[in-house]
Design a binder for this molecule. Structure first.
Ligand code: PLP
Length: 388
């Protein structure tokens, strides 16, 4: 039989309790999801600021459809780049104080698109060990000796947030083009990169700093600016699919890199531009993010309440983000806790290898601005019981 490995691989995943399946969300209203006819309190959502389904964003989406259509009907360099995209790019530049911004169809595409474009020339990518799959794939794809993207880059991964090891790596390639790659907030742990130290190190070594702000944009910093509010960042990537509550992603950078990406990033050049209606709705979402500080304050207040209400044996790592990882250990135990919570009406997906390292299967709790105090008390009581 052809492709026999498919059955073998799936069977192996099953036997390791790592098999993944989708669930179909019948309805999602704010903090709740309806799955198979039952309503659950959702603590696995990336809608950190609670903006999904916001009436003003929905109205902007409709307006965008009426004005530009749902589809861009072309790549950005042909006829896909519309006034809606232009307004969104300009808004992001002003928000983050960056000269230029470029839109991509997803965060995955943006990360791979930038790294593969830079890696067409000899350079060194220095990635935090916990960087997202898209950064790893982007870097690896640029290191393949030219087989697909003309890659001439090299890649090293430093221990998570280990500035000393990173400094040692930088010393191995002085004077070369070094790109430090990390994340504003780490997706599966919720902890933060030390941006001040990273940017000082980058400056000293004449390296560039690239930060993936997927989980910090909107949530961290003044007006939800994310990492740029904490230090000098040369290149920022953030997705619209989390706190911004739409879809697509952007890169914010200087003029030169912008022009280079427009000319050399294959993900940018050979892909349909994001929906102009989505771009128009995203402008509205970012407006709300900038002016509604209460959403960020609420995440901080609810996160504090959770840490207080949990049994003292269950500790939360300090973070300004929405993400709180409760490490369980093996896959089967994490699944069992997730099932127990489901029976109590709480949706909290167990995160298992290969998404996280072996023996660190976990519950990744996300606190969103549309949760309330009672939700948090109930979650804490259920976690205390399930983990006690
Ligand atoms: C850190 C990080 N970067 C990039 C992405 C990819 O973004 P997108 O979902 O827009 O492809 C994700 C997750 O989705 C992420 O968690």
């Amino acid at each position: 039989m052809a492709f026999e490995f498919i059955d073998q691989q799936l069977a192996q995943r099953q036997s390791q309790s790592r098999y993944r399946q989708r669930v179909s969300i019948a309805a999602a209203a704010g903090r709740e999801v309806v799955i198979a006819g039952k309503s659950y309190l959702n603590f696995s959502s990336n809608d950190y600021l609670g903006l999904n389904n916001h009436p003003e964003i929905n109205r902007a989406m409709q307006e965008g459809i009426d004005r530009f259509g749902l589809c861009a009907s072309g790549s950005s360099l042909i006829t896909g780049f519309s006034y809606a995209h232009q307004v969104l790019e300009q808004q992001i530049c002003q928000w983050l104080n960056k000269p230029r911004c470029l839109l991509f169809s997803s965060g995955f595409a943006a990360n791979t698109g930038v790294l593969q474009a830079l890696g067409q020339h000899k350079c060194h990518f220095l990635l935090d060990k916990l960087c997202h799959a898209s950064l790893i794939d982007g870097a690896l794809g640029a290191c393949d000796g030219g087989k697909t993207s003309g890659g001439k880059a090299s890649m090293k991964r430093f221990r998570h947030n280990d500035i000393e090891q990173l400094e040692g790596f930088l010393k191995c390639s002085p004077g070369d083009d070094n790109l430090i790659v990390s994340e504003g907030v780490f997706s599966m742990d919720g902890d933060q990169a030390e941006i001040k130290k990273l940017s000082a190190l980058a400056k000293n070594a004449k390296a560039w700093l690239y930060l993936d702000d997927a989980h910090s944009i909107g949530v961290i910093g003044r007006q939800g600016q994310g990492s740029v509010s904490q230090g000098d960042v040369d290149i920022v990537m953030a997705t619209f699919g989390k706190a911004i509550a739409s879809s697509g992603a952007f890169i914010a950078c200087d003029e030169n890199l912008f022009e280079y990406l427009v000319n050399f990033s294959r993900h940018y050049i050979y892909s349909t531009a994001i929906s102009p209606a989505v771009a128009w709705a995203t402008v509205k979402s970012i407006e709300l993010i900038q002016k509604e500080q209460w959403r960020r304050d609420k995440i901080a207040q609810l996160s504090f309440s959770l840490s207080q209400a949990l049994d003292p044996r269950i500790t939360l790592a300090p973070t300004e983000s929405s993400i709180h990882a409760l490490i369980i250990g093996d896959e089967a135990s994490a699944l069992a806790v997730s099932e127990k919570l489901k029976k109590k009406g709480i949706w909290l997906t167990a995160i298992r290898p290969p998404t996280v390292p072996v023996n660190s299967s976990r519950l990744r709790v996300t606190i969103c601005a549309n949760h309330n105090n009672n939700d948090i008390k109930y979650l804490a009581a259920c976690l205390n019981e399930a983990l006690g």
